[in-house]
Design a protein around this ligand. Structure first.
Ligand code: FPP
Length: 228
């Protein structure tokens, strides 16, 4: 394999869980569980490849319009991940970060998220960022309002510090699985110079081979950041 140019930050829109399950005549919740398993493997693979930040879109603000039963199934996965699976991630020397508006999550989940961070290593060479009840427009509006409260014009660097992603470098590569070609309110401000990679593969099938394919495609792109 040719040597790969490894992006520092990869962000993933994990789409297609529902359709993956439907194809197997299984409930959507089974698709999300399989998506979580794929996400766990993806994080290990990204870390092993030398990626420094992996951001995964677990729940968008808009996802809350889904039937209560589906939201409950996703909540249950969040509970499971942050009580059981996160330990393995820490044991691999990785950290987590959570972005989004957590205020509308059930109290027990907020506690679980808080608790899970108490045993986190202080420093790590890999950070898994979970976007939960995340929406870019609301993130940008919150940042604008905080900047206005400060009463002084801010520059790009200062503005970035008001975003949920403060201190996280902008994504270099954004991957969307499941066939749609849009950002769906995900890291819209931060994506200004990101390379976009779309695949028809449903997220539960997005394995190491698929990820390496995305990295190969990224390695071929010429990033000019507006220069010539
Ligand atoms: C979009 O697919 C996916 C989601 C709304 C949920 C993504 C969540 C996971 C992969 C697992 C979560 C991980 C943790 C840590 C809890 P969709 O259901 O919209 O797919 P469809 O377009 O085929 O219906």
């Amino acid at each position: 394999m040719p040597s790969l140019n490894i992006p520092r930050h990869v962000a993933v829109i994990m789409d297609g869980n529902g359709r993956w399950a439907k194809k197997r005549l299984m409930p959507r919740s089974f698709g999300h569980k399989s998506g979580m398993d794929a996400m766990i493997k993806l994080a290990e693979c990204a870390q092993d490849c030398g990626v420094k930040y992996l951001t995964v879109y677990v729940l968008s603000t808009e996802n809350f319009k889904r039937p209560k039963e589906e939201i409950e199934a996703l909540f249950e996965l969040i509970r499971k991940y942050f009580t059981e699976n996160v330990k393995k991630l820490y044991a691999r020397g990785a950290k987590i970060r959570i972005i989004g508006d957590l205020s509308i999550l059930p109290e027990d989940i907020r506690k679980t998220l808080e608790e899970s961070q108490k045993t986190m290593p202080e420093t790590a060479e890999f950070t898994l960022v979970f976007a939960i009840n995340y929406g870019s427009r609301s993130e940008i509006l919150k940042a604008v309002n905080r900047a206005v409260e400060g009463g002084k014009a801010v520059d790009e660097e200062q503005f970035a510090n008001y975003l949920y992603t403060a201190d996280i470098p902008d994504p270099d590569l954004i991957i969307r699985t499941g066939g749609e070609k849009r950002l769906s309110n995900f890291l819209v401000y931060q994506a200004a110079y990101a390379e976009l990679y779309f695949t028809n593969v449903y997220f539960p099938d997005f394995n190491k081979r698929q990820f390496l394919k995305a990295l190969e495609e990224y390695s071929k792109r010429e990033r000019r950041f507006g220069n010539i």
